[in-house]
Design a protein around this ligand. Structure first.
Ligand code: PRP
Length: 217
C-alpha cells in the first residue's frame, strides 16, 4: 500500500476546524486529540498523516512537496504567493483584510505619502498599487494596532474578525480589502502522482463543505 497522504494543518483554530471536518466525514482523529507535543499524527482510517505547523510553514512544506496537502488561511496564501494548487474554500476561518486607522482620522485627505503598518507587506503593496497610491510600508510582526496608536503609521492593513481589537483600541475600518477563509492547498506534483487518492478526499471534503453551507453552519 502507498504511504499515507501527508496534510499540513495550521496549528490552532484552523487545525481544530479541519479535525472537526475530518471527523464529520467519519474519520477517527483520536491521535490528533491526544497529540501532546507530537507534531506528526496518523489518521489511519483516512490513510492520512497530519503535520502541525505555522501558517507560513504549511505553504513552504506543501510547495516543496514534503507534504501533499495543507490547510491554511487565504491571508497567508495571498502574502506568500506560493506555487501550488488552491483547491477548496473550506468555509471556516472566516475574517477579512481591512485598512484601519485611528477613529475619524482623515486618511484620504492631503497629498503626503502615508505610512502603513502591516504583518502583510505584499498584500498591502498590492492593495495600494491597485489604487495607484504611493505608500510607505512598515513590517510589524504582531499587534499591528499599536503602530498608529504610537504614531508610527497613518493606518494598518490587518485581519479583522470580530472587530473587537480595533474597537477596544480606538481604531476603525476605513475600507475592506478582501474576505478571507481557510483553503485546502495541494502540491502540484502530488496532484499528478496521487491524483485518484487526492481527488477522492477532495470530493468528500467539497461535498461536506457544501452540505454545511446549505445548513448555514
Ligand atoms: C489578529 C489580528 C488582529 C485581531 C483581530 O491578531 O492581527 O489583531 O486578530 O481579531 P478581532 O477583529 O476579532 O479583534 P492575532 O490574535 O492573530 O495576534 P497578533 O496581532 O499578535 O498576530
Amino acid at each position: 500500500m502507498n504511504k499515507p497522504l501527508r496534510i499540513a494543518l495550521t496549528k490552532g483554530r484552523l487545525e481544530k476546524d479541519t479535525v472537526a471536518l475530518l471527523e464529520s466525514l467519519g474519520y477517527d482523529c483520536t491521535a490528533v486529540h491526544e497529540k501532546g507535543r507530537r507534531l506528526i499524527l496518523p489518521i489511519p482510517d483516512a490513510h492520512l498523516e497530519v503535520v502541525l505547523a505555522k501558517a507560513a510553514d504549511v505553504i513552504t512544506y506543501v510547495e516543496h512537496g514534503v507534504c501533499d496537502m495543507g490547510v491554511v488561511g487565504k491571508d497567508t496564501l495571498m502574502e506568500m504567493n506560493g506555487k501550488l494548487f488552491e483547491l477548496v474554500d473550506l468555509g471556516f476561518g472566516k475574517c477579512k483584510f481591512a485598512l484601519a486607522t485611528k477613529k475619524d482620522y482623515p486618511f484620504y485627505d492631503g497629498f503626503g505619502v502615508k505610512t502603513i503598518a502591516s504583518k502583510y507587506p505584499n498584500v498591502t503593496r498590492a492593495f495600494f498599487e491597485n489604487k495607484g497610491m504611493d505608500v510607505d510600508i512598515v513590517k510589524i510582526e504582531g499587534s499591528v494596532e499599536l503602530a498608529p496608536l504610537l504614531g508610527l503609521a497613518d493606518g494598518i492593513v490587518d485581519i479583522v474578525e470580530t472587530g473587537t481589537t480595533l474597537k477596544e483600541n480606538g481604531l476603525e475600518v476605513v475600507e475592506d480589502v478582501c474576505q478571507i477563509s481557510a483553503r485546502l492547498i495541494v502540491n502540484t506534483v502530488s496532484l499528478k502522482m496521487r491524483q485518484r487518492e487526492i481527488e477522492q478526499l477532495v470530493t468528500r471534503i467539497e461535498e461536506k463543505v457544501t452540505e454545511r453551507e446549505e445548513q448555514g453552519i
